[in-house]
Design a protein around this ligand. Structure first.
Ligand code: NAD
Length: 537
C-alpha cells in the first residue's frame, strides 16, 4: 500500500487524510496536539461510516511526529496559515522523507515559492489547495511554484486523480484561481449594498435568481466575515490591485464582531436557531384579460430580442417584432408595451426618443439598462415617467429573477406593468436603484473580467478557470463560458459605465473582446506581437 504523510490534523488535514485513505492510500496523520489527533480520527471514523467503508479508518495512522520514512509517495502539510510554521514543517518533512518525495502545502494565501525556499531541493515543493470540506469538494488546485519539477507535479496530479478529485493546475499567484476570481462576487456586492442599490436580502435573491447557489451576503455570513476579509486582505496585499481592495464596511463589521452565522451578533443577517430572513420574490400575477389586451412590441435584434419575442409570444396574443431601427414607423400605434432590447452593446437613447415620439403617452417603454444610461435617456423624453430600465444578463432562460430600475422618474403604473410583464414570463422582479451595471451587471461582469485577467496573466487556461469556479464555488457556469454567453462587448460596456462612476480600476480588461470571437479557444492569452528582427540600417 502506498503511503502519504499529512501534517496538521485540523479541519483540512483530517479531511485530506480521509479522502486519501478512501482512495486506497495508507496515511500517516501527524499532529503535535493529542486532542487534535483524537478529534481528527473521530472525524475520519464518522466520514468512513457515512461512506459505508469502515476499513478506511484502518488505513489512517495518527502520529505525534513526522515519521522518518523512505516509502511515502507524497507529503501534504495542513498546519495553520503562518509562514514561519509552514516553512519549519516543510523543512522537517524534507529531512525525514526520501529525497524524491514531493512535498505539498495546502496554503490558501501564502506564496508556495516562498515556502519552498525553506527546503534544500525546492523543486519537490508544490501547492495542493483543497477546499473545505475535502470529503465533499471535488476540486483541488495544484499549484506550480517557480521551481516545481514536472515529476513532482505529475506525482501530485496522479494522487489527485486516484482520490477521485478534479485537479486544475494553477500558477503560484495570489489567491490562485478560485479565491481570486471569486473576490468581485463579494467586493462588488458590498459596493452595491453601499450604494443602496437594494437590500441585503434582495441582492441575495437576485444572485440566486441568476444561478448562484447562495447570494453573496448569506455566503459571507456562512464563511465568516473574518475569514472572508482575511482572504481579501491577503489577495490585495499581494496584488496591490485597487479593484480588489477590501471595503471599510467589512472591516467595520469584523471589528464589531458581526462575523456571520457563528457570531451572536450575526453578520449581514440576524440568526435565530440558524434561521434568517431569506427572501425569495414571487413572479407577479398577470391578469388573464391582460394577455389578450396588451399589445407588445419588441424592438432590436440579436439573441436577447429574439428570446423575448419567443417567450412573450407564448403568453400574449399580440407580439410584434421590429428588428431594424429604421423601421420603427411600422410599429403598431396601439402598442401598450414597447421593449427595447437593442443589440446588447449600444446606448439606445436615440431609439427610445423616437419611440417616445411615435407612441401614445400611455405606452410603457422598457429599455435594457445594462447598455443604456437611463437618466440621459429619460431627459430627452416628453413622457419620462413611462421609461423603465431592466436587466437581463445573457439569456432569460438562465434567470428566474430580473432587476428592474425604480428610478425617480418612473411612474408607479409603468413599474407595476413591467413587473406584471416579467411575471407573465414566470420571472420575479427585484426593484433596484439606477446605478451603472445595476447589481448583476456589475457583479457578474467583474467576475468575468477577473477571470479573463487571470487567464491573460497565465494563472491557468480558460477551461481550467471555468472548471475551478464551477467545482470550487458552485458557480452555475464557468465565468468565461458565462462571459461568452453575455458577450465581451456587453460586459465592457457595463464596466466602462461602472468605471466612470466609481473609479478606473473597475474598468474592462482589454481582453474581454476575445469572448466575442468565434473560436472557442480564443479566451486564452492574446499572443505577444512577434517582433521582426531589424538590421542596422
Ligand atoms: P486548523 O487550525 O483547523 O488545523 C491546524 C492543525 O495543525 C491543528 O490541529 C494544529 O494542532 C496542527 N499543528 C500546528 N502546528 C503543528 C506542527 N508543527 N506539526 C503538526 N501539527 C501542527 O487549520 P485548518 O483550517 O485545517 O487549515 C490548515 C491549512 O489549510 C491552512 O494553511 C489553511 O489556510 C488551509 N486551508 C483552510 C481551509 C478552510 O476552509 N479551513 C480551506 C483551504 C485551505
Amino acid at each position: 500500500m502506498e503511503r502519504v504523510v499529512v501534517v496538521g490534523a485540523g479541519a483540512m488535514g483530517a479531511g485530506i487524510a480521509f479522502v486519501a485513505a478512501r482512495g486506497g492510500y495508507g496515511v500517516d496523520l501527524v499532529d503535535t496536539d493529542p486532542s487534535a489527533r483524537d478529534r481528527a480520527m473521530e472525524r475520519v471514523r464518522r466520514d468512513a461510516v457515512r461512506a459505508g467503508d469502515e476499513s478506511i479508518v484502518q488505513r489512517v495512522r495518527p502520529l505525534s511526529a513526522v515519521p522518518v520514512t523512505g516509502d511515502a509517495i507524497l507529503a501534504i502539510e495542513a498546519v495553520p496559515e503562518r509562514s514561519d510554521l509552514k516553512r519549519s514543517v516543510l523543512a522537517s518533512l524534507a529531512a525525514a522523507l526520501g529525497p524524491g518525495t514531493p512535498i505539498a502545502s495546502n496554503t490558501s494565501s501564502l506564496s508556495v515559492t516562498d515556502l519552498a525556499g525553506a527546503v534544500p531541493h525546492p523543486d519537490r515543493v508544490l501547492g495542493l489547495h483543497f477546499f473545505n470540506p475535502p470529503a465533499a469538494m471535488k476540486l483541488v488546485e495544484v499549484v506550480r511554484a517557480q521551481l516545481t519539477s514536472d515529476a513532482a507535479l505529475d506525482a501530485a496530479l496522479a494522487f489527485v486523480d486516484r482520490i477521485g478529485k478534479t485537479a486544475v493546475v494553477a500558477e503560484d499567484t495570489p489567491g490562485f484561481i478560485v479565491n481570486r476570481v471569486a473576490r468581485p462576487f463579494y467586493l462588488q456586492s458590498m459596493r452595491a449594498l453601499d450604494r443602496g442599490i437594494a437590500t441585503v436580502a434582495e441582492l441575495d435573491a437576485l444572485a440566486r435568481g441568476a444561478g448562484f447557489r447562495m447570494g453573496p451576503f448569506e455566503l459571507m455570513d456562512l464563511i465568516g466575515l473574518d475569514v472572508n476579509l482575511a482572504t481579501s486582505e491577503s489577495v490585495y496585499e499581494r496584488t496591490h490591485a485597487a479593484r480588489l481592495a477590501p471595503l471599510a464596511m467589512q472591516r467595520e463589521m469584523v471589528a464589531q464582531g458581526r462575523l456571520g452565522r457563528k457570531a451572536s451578533a450575526g453578520g449581514f443577517y440576524e440568526y435565530r436557531d440558524g434561521d434568517y430572513a431569506r427572501f425569495t420574490p414571487e413572479p407577479h400575477a398577470l391578469d388573464e384579460s391582460a394577455a389578450e389586451s396588451e399589445r407588445i412590441a419588441v424592438v432590436g435584434f440579436g439573441n436577447a430580442a429574439a428570446e423575448l419575442v419567443e417567450l412573450l409570444g407564448r403568453r400574449f396574443d399580440d407580439v410584434q417584432h421590429v428588428e431594424r431601427d429604421d423601421l420603427l414607423d411600422e410599429l403598431d400605434v396601439e402598442t401598450t408595451i414597447a421593449i427595447d432590447a437593442g443589440d446588447g452593446t449600444s446606448d439606445r437613447g436615440d431609439v427610445v426618443a423616437s419611440l417616445d415620439g411615435l407612441l401614445g403617452p400611455e405606452t410603457v417603454i422598457l429599455v435594457d439598462a445594462y447598455a443604456t444610461a437611463l437618466g440621459p435617456c429619460a431627459a430627452r423624453m416628453r413622457h419620462p415617467g413611462r421609461l423603465i430600465g431592466y436587466g437581463i444578463l445573457g439569456s432569460l432562460e438562465a434567470q428566474s429573477v430580473v432587476e428592474v430600475v425604480d428610478s425617480d422618474a418612473a411612474s408607479d403604473e409603468a413599474l407595476a406593468l413591467a413587473q406584471e410583464l416579467f411575471g407573465a414570463l414566470d420571472r420575479a422582479v427585484v426593484l433596484v436603484e439606477d446605478v451603472p451595471g445595476l447589481f448583476l451587471g456589475r457583479t457578474v461582469g467583474s467576475i468575468v473580467n477577473e477571470a479573463m485577467i487571470a487567464v491573460q496573466e497565465g494563472v491557468a487556461c480558460a477551461d481550467d478557470v471555468d472548471v475551478a469556479m464551477r467545482l470550487g464555488t458552485n458557480y452555475p457556469v464557468g465565468p468565461i463560458a458565462w462571459g461568452r454567453e453575455i458577450g465581451g462587448a456587453r460586459i465592457s460596456r457595463v464596466l466602462r459605465a461602472l468605471a466612470a462612476a466609481e473609479g478606473e480600476e473597475f474598468g474592462p480588461h482589454r481582453s474581454l473582446w476575445l469572448l466575442d470571437a468565434d473560436d472557442e479557444e480564443s479566451a486564452d492569452p492574446i499572443p505577444e506581437p512577434s517582433v521582426a528582427p531589424t538590421l542596422p540600417g
